[in-house]
Design a protein around this ligand. Structure first.
Ligand SMILES: Cc1ncc(COP(=O)(O)O)c(C=O)c1O
Length: 395
Protein backbone atom coordinates (compact mmCIF):
# COMPACT_ATOMS: atom_id res chain seq x y z
CA UNK A 1 0.00 0.00 0.00
CA UNK A 2 1.17 3.55 -0.76
CA UNK A 3 2.49 5.51 2.21
CA UNK A 4 -0.24 6.54 4.64
CA UNK A 5 -2.90 4.48 2.87
CA UNK A 6 -4.66 2.13 5.29
CA UNK A 7 -7.22 -0.63 5.15
CA UNK A 8 -10.91 0.30 5.05
CA UNK A 9 -13.73 -1.73 6.60
CA UNK A 10 -16.99 -1.48 4.64
CA UNK A 11 -20.36 -1.29 6.39
CA UNK A 12 -23.99 -1.54 5.34
CA UNK A 13 -26.50 1.26 6.07
CA UNK A 14 -25.12 3.28 9.02
CA UNK A 15 -21.87 3.11 10.95
CA UNK A 16 -22.77 1.97 14.45
CA UNK A 17 -20.03 3.09 16.84
CA UNK A 18 -21.25 0.83 19.65
CA UNK A 19 -21.10 -2.18 17.37
CA UNK A 20 -17.63 -1.23 16.13
CA UNK A 21 -16.46 -1.05 19.72
CA UNK A 22 -17.99 -4.42 20.56
CA UNK A 23 -16.42 -5.98 17.49
CA UNK A 24 -13.06 -4.42 18.28
CA UNK A 25 -12.47 -6.72 21.22
CA UNK A 26 -8.80 -5.77 20.92
CA UNK A 27 -9.76 -2.28 22.04
CA UNK A 28 -10.30 -3.59 25.52
CA UNK A 29 -6.69 -4.70 25.68
CA UNK A 30 -5.01 -1.72 24.09
CA UNK A 31 -3.95 1.30 26.08
CA UNK A 32 -3.91 3.84 23.22
CA UNK A 33 -7.12 5.69 22.32
CA UNK A 34 -8.78 4.95 18.99
CA UNK A 35 -10.17 7.16 16.27
CA UNK A 36 -13.09 5.72 14.34
CA UNK A 37 -13.09 7.52 11.00
CA UNK A 38 -16.12 7.34 8.72
CA UNK A 39 -14.89 8.21 5.23
CA UNK A 40 -18.49 8.21 3.99
CA UNK A 41 -19.15 11.18 6.24
CA UNK A 42 -16.51 13.12 4.27
CA UNK A 43 -18.21 12.06 1.05
CA UNK A 44 -21.64 13.13 2.37
CA UNK A 45 -20.23 16.53 3.29
CA UNK A 46 -18.72 16.88 -0.17
CA UNK A 47 -22.10 16.11 -1.77
CA UNK A 48 -23.78 18.61 0.57
CA UNK A 49 -21.28 21.25 -0.51
CA UNK A 50 -21.86 20.61 -4.22
CA UNK A 51 -25.64 20.74 -3.68
CA UNK A 52 -25.70 24.04 -1.77
CA UNK A 53 -22.67 25.85 -3.19
CA UNK A 54 -22.52 24.59 -6.78
CA UNK A 55 -20.57 27.58 -8.09
CA UNK A 56 -17.85 27.39 -5.47
CA UNK A 57 -15.12 24.76 -5.69
CA UNK A 58 -13.98 23.56 -2.27
CA UNK A 59 -10.21 23.50 -1.80
CA UNK A 60 -9.87 21.43 1.37
CA UNK A 61 -7.61 23.08 4.00
CA UNK A 62 -5.15 20.22 4.56
CA UNK A 63 -3.92 21.73 7.85
CA UNK A 64 -7.24 20.79 9.44
CA UNK A 65 -6.51 17.07 9.20
CA UNK A 66 -3.69 15.89 6.97
CA UNK A 67 -4.51 12.19 7.21
CA UNK A 68 -3.69 10.86 3.70
CA UNK A 69 -6.90 8.77 3.77
CA UNK A 70 -8.98 11.95 4.09
CA UNK A 71 -6.97 13.78 1.44
CA UNK A 72 -7.30 10.79 -0.91
CA UNK A 73 -11.09 10.60 -0.56
CA UNK A 74 -11.43 14.32 -1.26
CA UNK A 75 -8.99 14.13 -4.18
CA UNK A 76 -11.04 11.33 -5.75
CA UNK A 77 -14.25 13.30 -5.26
CA UNK A 78 -12.73 16.21 -7.20
CA UNK A 79 -11.92 18.72 -4.45
CA UNK A 80 -9.01 21.12 -4.69
CA UNK A 81 -6.58 21.73 -1.82
CA UNK A 82 -5.42 24.65 0.30
CA UNK A 83 -1.85 23.91 1.38
CA UNK A 84 0.13 25.86 3.95
CA UNK A 85 3.58 24.34 3.44
CA UNK A 86 5.85 22.38 1.14
CA UNK A 87 5.01 19.11 2.92
CA UNK A 88 1.28 19.63 2.46
CA UNK A 89 1.83 20.38 -1.24
CA UNK A 90 3.95 17.22 -1.48
CA UNK A 91 1.24 15.11 0.16
CA UNK A 92 -1.42 16.36 -2.26
CA UNK A 93 0.75 16.07 -5.39
CA UNK A 94 1.66 12.55 -4.27
CA UNK A 95 -2.01 11.62 -4.69
CA UNK A 96 -1.87 12.60 -8.38
CA UNK A 97 -3.67 15.91 -7.91
CA UNK A 98 -2.83 18.41 -10.67
CA UNK A 99 -1.02 21.57 -9.44
CA UNK A 100 -3.89 23.74 -10.70
CA UNK A 101 -6.06 22.14 -7.99
CA UNK A 102 -3.81 23.54 -5.26
CA UNK A 103 -3.64 26.99 -3.70
CA UNK A 104 -0.62 27.80 -1.55
CA UNK A 105 -2.75 29.75 0.92
CA UNK A 106 -0.11 30.84 3.39
CA UNK A 107 0.80 34.50 2.86
CA UNK A 108 4.19 34.06 4.61
CA UNK A 109 6.21 31.15 3.23
CA UNK A 110 9.85 30.11 3.61
CA UNK A 111 11.84 30.47 0.38
CA UNK A 112 12.47 26.72 0.05
CA UNK A 113 8.71 26.13 0.13
CA UNK A 114 8.19 28.69 -2.62
CA UNK A 115 10.93 27.08 -4.69
CA UNK A 116 9.22 23.73 -4.28
CA UNK A 117 5.93 25.27 -5.44
CA UNK A 118 7.73 26.71 -8.46
CA UNK A 119 9.38 23.38 -9.35
CA UNK A 120 5.97 21.70 -9.25
CA UNK A 121 4.07 24.54 -10.96
CA UNK A 122 1.77 25.32 -8.04
CA UNK A 123 1.13 28.82 -9.30
CA UNK A 124 -1.72 30.15 -7.12
CA UNK A 125 -0.65 31.63 -3.80
CA UNK A 126 -1.91 34.24 -1.36
CA UNK A 127 0.01 37.35 -0.37
CA UNK A 128 -0.76 40.13 2.13
CA UNK A 129 2.40 42.20 2.55
CA UNK A 130 5.10 43.92 0.51
CA UNK A 131 7.96 41.74 1.81
CA UNK A 132 6.30 38.62 0.43
CA UNK A 133 5.81 40.41 -2.88
CA UNK A 134 9.55 41.15 -3.08
CA UNK A 135 10.21 37.52 -2.13
CA UNK A 136 7.96 36.29 -4.92
CA UNK A 137 9.61 38.69 -7.35
CA UNK A 138 12.94 37.06 -6.54
CA UNK A 139 11.91 33.42 -6.11
CA UNK A 140 8.69 32.79 -8.05
CA UNK A 141 7.94 35.70 -10.39
CA UNK A 142 5.66 33.61 -12.63
CA UNK A 143 3.23 32.82 -9.83
CA UNK A 144 -0.36 34.09 -9.58
CA UNK A 145 -0.74 36.55 -6.70
CA UNK A 146 -4.00 36.33 -4.78
CA UNK A 147 -4.23 39.34 -2.47
CA UNK A 148 -5.50 38.28 0.94
CA UNK A 149 -7.37 40.99 2.80
CA UNK A 150 -8.74 41.09 6.33
CA UNK A 151 -12.49 40.93 6.81
CA UNK A 152 -13.43 39.21 10.02
CA UNK A 153 -16.68 37.96 11.45
CA UNK A 154 -17.76 39.69 14.66
CA UNK A 155 -17.76 36.26 16.28
CA UNK A 156 -15.62 33.23 15.44
CA UNK A 157 -14.20 30.25 17.32
CA UNK A 158 -10.68 31.07 16.04
CA UNK A 159 -10.25 34.58 14.59
CA UNK A 160 -7.31 34.86 12.17
CA UNK A 161 -7.28 38.59 11.39
CA UNK A 162 -4.54 39.53 13.87
CA UNK A 163 -2.11 37.40 11.94
CA UNK A 164 -3.08 37.59 8.26
CA UNK A 165 -4.81 39.81 5.76
CA UNK A 166 -4.05 43.33 4.59
CA UNK A 167 -6.42 46.23 4.91
CA UNK A 168 -8.94 45.84 2.08
CA UNK A 169 -8.65 49.46 0.90
CA UNK A 170 -5.35 51.31 1.18
CA UNK A 171 -3.08 48.26 1.65
CA UNK A 172 -4.64 46.08 -1.03
CA UNK A 173 -4.31 48.82 -3.63
CA UNK A 174 -0.72 49.61 -2.58
CA UNK A 175 0.21 45.93 -2.86
CA UNK A 176 -1.32 45.66 -6.31
CA UNK A 177 0.53 48.80 -7.42
CA UNK A 178 3.79 47.31 -6.12
CA UNK A 179 3.09 44.03 -7.93
CA UNK A 180 2.44 45.97 -11.11
CA UNK A 181 5.69 47.93 -10.74
CA UNK A 182 7.57 44.64 -10.33
CA UNK A 183 5.84 43.11 -13.33
CA UNK A 184 4.12 40.42 -11.25
CA UNK A 185 0.68 39.03 -12.00
CA UNK A 186 -2.25 39.59 -9.63
CA UNK A 187 -5.15 37.30 -10.53
CA UNK A 188 -7.53 37.59 -7.61
CA UNK A 189 -8.24 38.08 -3.97
CA UNK A 190 -8.99 36.06 -0.84
CA UNK A 191 -10.17 36.42 2.75
CA UNK A 192 -10.97 34.24 5.76
CA UNK A 193 -13.80 35.38 8.05
CA UNK A 194 -12.43 33.28 10.94
CA UNK A 195 -12.62 29.58 11.69
CA UNK A 196 -15.92 28.49 13.22
CA UNK A 197 -17.65 31.67 12.02
CA UNK A 198 -20.82 32.60 13.94
CA UNK A 199 -21.65 35.89 12.22
CA UNK A 200 -22.92 34.62 8.90
CA UNK A 201 -23.31 38.04 7.24
CA UNK A 202 -19.51 38.35 7.43
CA UNK A 203 -19.30 36.46 4.12
CA UNK A 204 -21.44 39.04 2.33
CA UNK A 205 -19.42 41.93 3.75
CA UNK A 206 -16.17 40.34 2.62
CA UNK A 207 -17.41 39.42 -0.87
CA UNK A 208 -18.44 43.05 -1.37
CA UNK A 209 -14.92 44.20 -0.43
CA UNK A 210 -13.48 41.60 -2.81
CA UNK A 211 -15.46 43.19 -5.62
CA UNK A 212 -13.74 46.54 -5.01
CA UNK A 213 -10.35 44.86 -5.08
CA UNK A 214 -11.29 43.24 -8.40
CA UNK A 215 -12.26 46.64 -9.79
CA UNK A 216 -8.93 48.18 -8.81
CA UNK A 217 -7.03 45.22 -10.25
CA UNK A 218 -8.91 45.60 -13.52
CA UNK A 219 -8.06 49.31 -13.58
CA UNK A 220 -4.41 48.28 -13.41
CA UNK A 221 -4.98 46.02 -16.40
CA UNK A 222 -4.96 42.72 -14.50
CA UNK A 223 -7.15 39.83 -15.59
CA UNK A 224 -8.91 39.36 -12.24
CA UNK A 225 -10.41 35.88 -12.42
CA UNK A 226 -9.98 34.21 -9.03
CA UNK A 227 -12.01 34.75 -5.86
CA UNK A 228 -11.21 32.71 -2.74
CA UNK A 229 -13.78 33.02 0.06
CA UNK A 230 -11.68 31.10 2.64
CA UNK A 231 -12.99 28.83 5.39
CA UNK A 232 -15.11 29.26 8.50
CA UNK A 233 -17.87 26.75 7.61
CA UNK A 234 -19.30 24.67 10.50
CA UNK A 235 -18.17 21.11 11.14
CA UNK A 236 -21.36 19.49 12.35
CA UNK A 237 -24.20 22.02 12.04
CA UNK A 238 -25.48 21.46 8.50
CA UNK A 239 -28.42 23.85 9.03
CA UNK A 240 -25.96 26.67 9.70
CA UNK A 241 -24.00 25.65 6.60
CA UNK A 242 -27.13 25.96 4.49
CA UNK A 243 -27.73 29.47 5.85
CA UNK A 244 -24.16 30.47 5.00
CA UNK A 245 -24.62 28.98 1.52
CA UNK A 246 -27.71 31.13 0.96
CA UNK A 247 -25.84 34.29 1.97
CA UNK A 248 -22.81 33.40 -0.15
CA UNK A 249 -24.88 32.48 -3.22
CA UNK A 250 -26.83 35.74 -3.08
CA UNK A 251 -23.67 37.75 -2.59
CA UNK A 252 -21.65 36.18 -5.41
CA UNK A 253 -24.65 36.46 -7.72
CA UNK A 254 -24.81 40.20 -6.96
CA UNK A 255 -21.09 41.02 -6.99
CA UNK A 256 -19.59 38.33 -9.24
CA UNK A 257 -22.27 37.39 -11.79
CA UNK A 258 -19.62 36.72 -14.46
CA UNK A 259 -19.03 32.94 -14.71
CA UNK A 260 -15.52 33.58 -15.97
CA UNK A 261 -14.48 34.29 -12.39
CA UNK A 262 -13.40 31.08 -10.73
CA UNK A 263 -14.65 31.02 -7.13
CA UNK A 264 -13.12 28.72 -4.56
CA UNK A 265 -13.33 28.29 -0.78
CA UNK A 266 -10.93 26.70 1.72
CA UNK A 267 -13.17 24.64 4.03
CA UNK A 268 -11.36 22.63 6.69
CA UNK A 269 -13.56 21.61 9.62
CA UNK A 270 -16.63 21.40 7.37
CA UNK A 271 -15.38 18.18 5.77
CA UNK A 272 -13.73 16.34 8.63
CA UNK A 273 -15.08 17.31 12.07
CA UNK A 274 -18.04 14.93 12.02
CA UNK A 275 -16.11 12.07 10.41
CA UNK A 276 -14.20 11.15 13.57
CA UNK A 277 -15.31 9.64 16.87
CA UNK A 278 -12.53 9.33 19.40
CA UNK A 279 -12.88 6.40 21.76
CA UNK A 280 -10.89 6.61 24.99
CA UNK A 281 -10.45 4.20 27.87
CA UNK A 282 -10.66 5.01 31.56
CA UNK A 283 -7.41 3.73 33.05
CA UNK A 284 -7.76 5.30 36.47
CA UNK A 285 -10.42 6.82 38.67
CA UNK A 286 -10.58 8.82 41.90
CA UNK A 287 -13.42 9.92 44.16
CA UNK A 288 -13.31 13.38 45.70
CA UNK A 289 -15.24 13.76 48.97
CA UNK A 290 -16.21 16.85 50.91
CA UNK A 291 -15.30 17.46 54.56
CA UNK A 292 -18.33 15.50 55.73
CA UNK A 293 -17.08 12.52 53.71
CA UNK A 294 -19.87 12.81 51.16
CA UNK A 295 -19.04 12.06 47.51
CA UNK A 296 -18.61 15.33 45.58
CA UNK A 297 -17.02 14.43 42.23
CA UNK A 298 -15.86 11.31 40.43
CA UNK A 299 -12.67 11.95 38.47
CA UNK A 300 -11.69 9.80 35.50
CA UNK A 301 -8.28 9.59 33.83
CA UNK A 302 -8.33 8.77 30.11
CA UNK A 303 -5.67 7.59 27.68
CA UNK A 304 -5.82 10.78 25.56
CA UNK A 305 -5.70 14.39 26.70
CA UNK A 306 -5.01 18.01 25.77
CA UNK A 307 -1.50 17.19 24.58
CA UNK A 308 -2.99 14.56 22.28
CA UNK A 309 -6.27 14.79 20.36
CA UNK A 310 -7.85 17.12 22.91
CA UNK A 311 -5.37 19.84 21.97
CA UNK A 312 -8.48 21.14 20.18
CA UNK A 313 -9.73 22.33 23.59
CA UNK A 314 -6.68 24.59 23.98
CA UNK A 315 -5.99 25.64 20.39
CA UNK A 316 -9.35 25.38 18.67
CA UNK A 317 -11.54 26.38 21.65
CA UNK A 318 -13.63 23.25 21.17
CA UNK A 319 -16.19 22.07 23.67
CA UNK A 320 -16.11 18.27 23.58
CA UNK A 321 -19.07 16.04 24.45
CA UNK A 322 -18.45 12.68 26.12
CA UNK A 323 -20.76 9.70 25.67
CA UNK A 324 -20.57 6.41 27.54
CA UNK A 325 -21.32 2.96 26.16
CA UNK A 326 -23.20 1.37 29.07
CA UNK A 327 -26.42 -0.52 28.35
CA UNK A 328 -28.71 2.01 26.62
CA UNK A 329 -31.87 0.42 27.96
CA UNK A 330 -30.87 0.74 31.63
CA UNK A 331 -31.22 3.90 33.75
CA UNK A 332 -28.09 4.69 35.76
CA UNK A 333 -27.84 7.28 38.53
CA UNK A 334 -25.57 10.13 37.47
CA UNK A 335 -22.78 11.83 39.42
CA UNK A 336 -20.86 15.05 39.10
CA UNK A 337 -17.82 14.05 37.06
CA UNK A 338 -14.54 15.43 35.79
CA UNK A 339 -12.38 13.96 33.03
CA UNK A 340 -8.59 14.32 32.93
CA UNK A 341 -6.04 13.41 30.28
CA UNK A 342 -3.20 10.96 31.03
CA UNK A 343 -0.23 13.31 31.54
CA UNK A 344 1.07 14.54 34.89
CA UNK A 345 0.06 18.10 34.06
CA UNK A 346 -3.00 19.61 35.75
CA UNK A 347 -3.66 21.67 32.62
CA UNK A 348 -4.53 18.35 31.00
CA UNK A 349 -8.25 18.61 31.79
CA UNK A 350 -10.78 17.44 29.17
CA UNK A 351 -14.16 18.23 30.66
CA UNK A 352 -15.65 19.15 34.04
CA UNK A 353 -19.02 19.66 35.73
CA UNK A 354 -20.44 16.73 33.80
CA UNK A 355 -23.14 14.31 34.84
CA UNK A 356 -22.09 10.71 34.13
CA UNK A 357 -23.01 7.29 35.54
CA UNK A 358 -20.49 5.71 37.90
CA UNK A 359 -18.06 4.29 35.33
CA UNK A 360 -15.33 1.78 35.97
CA UNK A 361 -11.69 1.40 35.10
CA UNK A 362 -11.61 -0.19 31.63
CA UNK A 363 -14.90 1.43 30.50
CA UNK A 364 -14.81 3.39 27.26
CA UNK A 365 -15.86 6.99 26.67
CA UNK A 366 -16.50 8.29 23.15
CA UNK A 367 -16.26 11.82 21.80
CA UNK A 368 -18.01 12.56 18.47
CA UNK A 369 -16.95 15.35 16.07
CA UNK A 370 -13.24 14.97 16.74
CA UNK A 371 -11.90 15.19 13.16
CA UNK A 372 -10.91 18.85 12.92
CA UNK A 373 -7.67 20.32 14.26
CA UNK A 374 -6.95 17.24 16.38
CA UNK A 375 -4.97 14.55 14.53
CA UNK A 376 -2.10 16.61 13.03
CA UNK A 377 -1.42 18.52 16.26
CA UNK A 378 -1.47 15.64 18.76
CA UNK A 379 1.86 14.92 20.48
CA UNK A 380 3.00 11.96 22.59
CA UNK A 381 3.83 14.24 25.56
CA UNK A 382 4.75 12.30 28.72
CA UNK A 383 5.23 9.25 26.51
CA UNK A 384 1.52 8.61 25.91
CA UNK A 385 0.83 7.35 22.40
CA UNK A 386 -1.36 9.39 20.06
CA UNK A 387 -4.49 7.47 18.95
CA UNK A 388 -4.45 5.09 16.04
CA UNK A 389 -7.25 5.34 13.47
CA UNK A 390 -9.58 2.74 11.97
CA UNK A 391 -11.30 3.64 8.69
CA UNK A 392 -14.84 2.75 7.66
CA UNK A 393 -16.88 3.41 4.54
CA UNK A 394 -20.40 2.55 3.41
CA UNK A 395 -20.64 -0.27 0.83
C1 LIG B 1 -5.80 30.16 5.25
C2 LIG B 1 -6.78 29.23 5.85
N1 LIG B 1 -7.70 28.68 5.04
C3 LIG B 1 -8.61 27.81 5.51
C4 LIG B 1 -8.62 27.43 6.83
C5 LIG B 1 -9.66 26.44 7.26
O1 LIG B 1 -10.61 27.05 8.02
P1 LIG B 1 -11.91 26.26 8.51
O2 LIG B 1 -11.47 25.02 9.17
O3 LIG B 1 -12.57 27.22 9.42
O4 LIG B 1 -12.75 25.99 7.31
C6 LIG B 1 -7.71 28.01 7.73
C7 LIG B 1 -7.74 27.68 9.14
O5 LIG B 1 -6.97 28.12 9.96
C8 LIG B 1 -6.75 28.93 7.22
O6 LIG B 1 -5.83 29.49 8.00
Amino acid sequence: MASGIQEITYYEHELNIRRVIEEQASLQNVDAALNICDLSSVERKYNLWVKYLPRITPYYAVKCNDDPMIVKVLAELGAGFDCASKNEVKLVLGLDVAPERIIFANPCRPVSHLEYAQQHRVANGTVDNEFEIYKLHKHYPQSNLIVRFKSEAKEAQCPLGDKFGCDADADATALMLLAKALDLKVTGTSFHVGSGCSELEAYDRAIKKAKNIFKFGELLGYDMNFLDIGGGFPGSDDGKFQKIAEIVNTSVQRHFPDDRVQIIAEPGRFFVAAAYTLVCKIHAKREVRNEAGKLDTIMYYLNDGVYGSFNCILYDHQVVTPEHYLDESAAFPEFKSLIWGPSCDALDKISEDLRLPNLNRGDLIGFPNMGAYTVPIASPFNGFEVPRTLYFRAM
